[in-house]
Design a protein around this ligand. Structure first.
Ligand SMILES: NC(=O)c1ccc[n+]([C@@H]2O[C@H](COP(=O)([O-])OP(=O)(O)OC[C@H]3O[C@@H](n4cnc5c(N)ncnc54)[C@H](OP(=O)(O)O)[C@@H]3O)[C@@H](O)[C@H]2O)c1
Length: 361
């Protein structure tokens, strides 16, 4: 089958989104509805208002498509069968990412092992032509010298000796970052192989870096998420991530991440095994914490003090490690993705928090 025959449009049938209640998932649902898809949104609990209200509200916005809820859990075999039956495409954004204090082993299982259930449901559907997986830049990044620019050809685990013995499966129960990176990379390799062997569908992946941008509901303000860190900085609190708050933020807008997923479903250029880093469009989207802090202060001059990293005489107290550098060039070239500029993303992030009364004006 020539690869363009796998490309899907709204006329071909329903689009399924797993993890639909989540930060990225909810924006995928909205983007697909804007394009006229009938969207099947998979959540674990269709009766939990905090998880579904923002999705149901999308039906009253006059968008071209509609959304319907389906209940499914990664950890239960066959639980996606109903949602996937007769659907044209699946975007798999649901994962156990660790926000709910899951152990590293649970993160590994919820990001890799249990995906076998999802793949089995895709194969059983007989109708799904494109399967798009939300991987992560974690499946790409690995120890490199400062300033190294990562591309889609890179994989975590490359440059193995630089891990100093930490890159092995015994680390999974001990190290959440290793568990997460291995799980995402293993899932990618598995889905490309499964799709090639099956022949009836193609698998592609989106690999986001630091995702920020507007939240749709209070449930999307998960502690330790990047967007939550922006909120806390706007509250004047020091940034607690990175090394004592020092970090290179490589920012991408959640709406761009969402759109890139849908473009993977529709592409006539990308094919099985295509993977796209979703990171800054150019260097303007890469900032050290103190630069991000400065940008927020300029955008919101009425905010008395924006938190960030330790400063001395107006300059960072210590230098930050200049990594990870990466850009969403391939997504722009092959998928035709157009991206938000950082100022708009930052402004919309803060405005959304204020609108939901999670941040005082
Ligand atoms: N945010 C980022 O910066 C970033 C960067 C790189 C990659 N990613 C990836 O993007 C995806 C979405 O992340 P996010 O930031 O949107 O996180 P999120 O807001 O926590 O969304 C994840 C969703 O997964 C669902 N989920 C959790 N456990 C599940 C299970 N056992 N079965 C089925 N669904 C389950 C949850 O929905 P319910 O509770 O409703 O079931 C949750 O809403 C993840 O795969 C993550 O690894 C995110």
């Amino acid at each position: 089958m020539p690869k363009h025959e796998f490309a899907v449009s709204p006329a071909d049938g329903a689009m399924v989104v797993t993890g639909a209640s989540g930060y990225i998932g909810a924006w995928i649902v909205r983007d697909c509805m804007e394009q006229g898809y009938e969207v099947r949104a998979c959540v674990r609990d269709t009766n939990n208002p905090t998880k579904i209200q923002h999705l149901m509200q999308l039906n009253s916005l006059g968008l071209r498509g509609q959304v319907t809820l389906y209940e499914a859990d990664l950890f239960k075999a066959g639980s996606y069968d109903e949602a996937f039956a007769g659907a044209a495409a699946v975007i798999h954004a649901g994962a156990t990412v660790g926000f709910n204090r899951e152990t590293p082993q649970e993160v590994y299982d919820g990001c890799f092992k249990e995906n076998a259930h999802v793949i089995e449901s895709v194969k059983r559907s007989g109708s799904v032509r494109r399967f798009v997986f939300t991987s992560s830049f974690a499946a790409v990044g690995h120890p490199r010298d400062q300033g190294y620019v990562f591309t889609e050809k890179d994989w975590c685990g490359d440059n193995g000796e630089a891990y100093k013995g930490r890159w092995n499966e015994e680390q999974i129960p001990l190290d959440r970052d290793i568990a997460y990176a291995m799980a995402k990379a293993n899932t990618e390799k598995l889905i490309y192989a499964e799709a090639a062997a099956n022949g009836g569908f193609e698998a592609l992946a989106i690999l986001p870096l630091h995702v920020i941008g507007p939240i749709m509901s209070a449930n999307n303000d998960q502690p330790w998420s990047w967007q939550n860190h922006i909120k806390r900085m706007m509250q004047g609190k020091p940034y607690k991530g990175g090394r004592e708050g020092r970090m290179l933020w490589n920012c991408v807008d959640v709406r761009d991440v969402a759109r890139a997923h849908r473009l993977c479903v529709e592409t006539t250029v990308g094919a099985n095994g295509s993977r796209y880093i979703l990171a800054a469009a150019d260097r303007s989207g890469e900032l050290f914490t103190w630069q991000l802090q400065q940008q927020l202060s300029v955008l919101f001059p009425a905010t008395a003090a924006v938190g960030g990293e330790p400063m001395r005489n107006g300059m960072p107290a210590k230098a930050s490690y200049d990594a990870p550098r990466a850009y969403c060039l391939l997504a722009r070239q092959e998928l035709g993705l157009q991206t938000y500029d950082l100022q708009t993303t930052l402004r919309d992030t803060v405005d959304a928090y204020r609108k939901l009364a999670l941040l005082q004006p």
